[in-house]
Design a protein around this ligand. Structure first.
Ligand SMILES: Cc1cc2nc3c(=O)[nH]c(=O)nc-3n(C[C@H](O)[C@H](O)[C@H](O)COP(=O)(O)O)c2cc1C
Length: 224
């Protein structure tokens, strides 16, 4: 049977009631939007940390290769301030190489419990060695060793090979602090656009986008 006459089993999850939250979510006034989108995004991010979900700071990062082909993956947001959004990774990974080469990224956060989406697009910088060392130093020893053991995005023959690499670094650094691998550190996405989307269960959704020009932001309301 070819695709044209196959009947498509559409995905329809069962209707669920919204999870009751232990706090009352803030409400953004989309008709009189905040003037500072960084502060507003930060407020949404901080509010999300109260959600009953294991990783509310999950952020989806899109990079693009030299041929314009995009790719996307989840990472954990570790800082968000005036200078942008920071996450940590292996700089030799696929994302590491693409972000370093193209210097352009898109980020997405989606909080289902709050029916909110936050989108950012902007330029890419590497974070400083000092910040990388500080954050690496706060990680547990097994994660520090994992950063050495994982040749992120490279082919791996089997689990045993990975376990053996981990063990070899465990032995190499036995009895002393694990140093930060030179290829491991942060990326900072400095946003040039920030978009807020708020869903409403029984009515039309709200959406605004901020665009940066110099030090100023202009805000535009969009159809959702
Ligand atoms: C919830 C979640 C959080 C993750 N956080 C990170 C992270 O902070 N840094 C990281 O390098 N990979 C993280 N990963 C793994 C990435 O999604 C991805 O598989 C990996 O970084 C390799 O991506 P790449 O080959 O596109 O570079 C996370 C995965 C999940 C599901």
């Amino acid at each position: 049977m070819n695709a044209a006459n196959r009947s498509t089993p559409f995905i329809h999850p069962p209707t669920r009631l919204p999870t009751p939250l232990s706090f009352t979510p803030s409400q953004m006034n989309f008709d009189d939007p905040p003037t500072d989108p960084i502060a507003a995004a930060r407020a949404w991010i901080e509010e999300s940390l109260q959600l009953p979900t294991p990783n509310p700071n999950t952020i989806y990062v899109a990079s693009v290769d030299a041929d314009g082909r995009p790719s996307l993956r989840a990472v954990l947001l570790r800082a968000f301030d005036l200078d942008g959004a920071v996450f940590f990774t292996n700089h030799q990974s696929r994302k590491g190489r693409e972000l370093a080469a193209q210097r352009s990224a898109a980020l997405l956060m989606h909080w289902d419990h709050l029916d909110r989406q936050l989108r950012l697009e902007g330029s890419v910088e590497s974070t400083s060695d000092a910040l990388n060392d500080q954050y690496f130093g706060e990680r547990t020893r097994d994660k520090q060793l994992g950063a050495w053991a994982s040749e992120q995005s490279e082919p791996l023959a089997d689990r045993a090979t990975f376990d053996a690499r981990y063990k070899s670094f465990e032995e190499r650094f036995a009895g002393r602090d694990v140093p930060r691998p030179p290829h491991w550190g942060g990326f900072r996405i400095r946003p040039s656009t920030i978009e807020f989307w708020q869903g409403h269960p029984a009515r039309l959704h709200d959406r605004i986008v901020y665009r940066r020009s110099g030090d100023r932001w202009t805000v535009t309301r969009l159809y959702p």
